[in-house]
Design a protein. Structure first.
Ligand SMILES: C[S@@+](CC[C@H](N)C(=O)[O-])C[C@H]1O[C@@H](n2cnc3c(N)ncnc32)[C@H](O)[C@@H]1O
Length: 311
């Protein structure tokens, strides 16, 4: 095929994709979040990537049209998120409504990307919680700088819990508004804020890195979440007297983990305590004689698990 023919064919295909998206008026329906993200990604990938080398007037006009549609779709989601944030700030957003919305996004996302670790629920939650990529990069750079000064190798670096796993943990641990939930190794507060928003439970995030917990605290304040507290603290020295549920997404290992588990064991002797886990830490908890798994599902590194203290 000659170069000119190939270019012509690519332009035709891109024009067809664009027209399909432009004509799908229902894409502006607030409920079609996942479809909008997919369309936006297609526009970015096909149009910016596919036409990068082509500076003909026809190609430029097509890119301009595609970018205008992308902006229009992004505006729909920005409006949804800012309306929701305002309702959260003024306490007019019910937990059940938010739960249903996130569940639907996560289910649709899993149906399309069954093996993906993160999904559309995470894109939506990041926007809702006010996590901004540029600010996060600055925070991560600050933490890295501190780490150069020496980090306990038993402390695991920050990685966010996927939203669908947060939903799973909430379900399996049966978290309600009466619970006091601790997230050990709270990072930038994703789990802490989501659990509070989705259940009404009081949540305490314990995070050793000040840059992360300061960032989390600022996001909590911006949303006016009175039920979320961030403590800049080593989980070994935190007080767990009022905890009813503890979440841990593989935050630490070795002796550090042993020390924290011993403190939790003492709490579990006094009252019912549930511990939700994700990551390799699940296997360490499965070996604790004072804990028993809740439910009969097989344990796995990438599956949320919940344990309860034996009493
Ligand atoms: C895998 S991340 C989990 C992040 C968070 N739970 C979430 O899902 O968004 C582990 C976090 O544990 C923190 N961490 C490691 N050791 C800690 C300790 N001794 N006490 C408190 N936090 C710790 C790390 O700084 C990191 O932010």
């Amino acid at each position: 095929m000659r170069e000119g023919d190939a270019r012509g064919q690519r332009l035709r295909k891109l024009r067809e994709s664009l027209e399909e998206i432009e004509q799908d008026a229902a894409l502006r329906d607030p409920a079609r979040y996942v479809d909008r993200v997919q369309a936006t990604e297609l526009l970015e990938l096909e149009f910016e990537g596919g036409l990068a080398e082509d500076d003909s007037a026809a190609a430029r006009a097509l890119v301009d049209r595609a970018m205008a549609v992308r902006r229009e779709l992004e505006d729909v989601d920005e409006a949804i998120v800012s309306e929701l944030r305002e309702r959260i700030r003024t306490q007019r957003c019910a937990e059940a409504e938010l739960m249903e919305r996130l569940r639907r996004i996560c289910d649709e996302s899993s149906a399309r990307w069954p093996n993906a670790f993160y999904g559309h629920g995470d894109f939506f939650a990041n926007a809702l919680l006010g996590f901004e990529p540029a600010a996060l990069e600055r925070v991560a750079a600050e933490v890295e700088e501190n780490e150069r000064a020496g980090r306990n190798p038993e402390q695991v670096f920050y990685q966010a819990t996927p939203v669908r796993q947060v939903l799973e943990l909430i379900d399996r641990a049966r978290v309600t508004a009466d619970d006091v939930v601790f997230d050990l190794g709270a990072g930038i507060g994703k789990v802490a804020m989501l659990v509070n928003l989705l259940t009404g439970a009081k949540v305490v995030g314990v995070e050793i890195e000040r840059a992360y917990s300061d960032y989390a605290r600022a996001r909590v304040e911006a949303l006016g979440l009175r039920g979320v507290e961030l403590r800049t603290q080593d989980a070994r020295t935190a007080r767990y007297d009022d905890a009813t549920v503890v979440f841990m997404y593989h935050p630490f290992t070795g002796r550090l983990l042993d020390e924290v588990l011993e403190r939790l064991r003492q709490q579990a002797e006094r009252r019912p305590l549930r511990i939700g886990t994700l990551g390799r830490i699940t296997f360490t908890l499965a070996q604790q004689s004072w804990l028993q798994p809740v439910g009969t599902d097989a344990l796995g590194e990438h599956r949320a698990a919940v344990f309860a203290g034996r009493r």
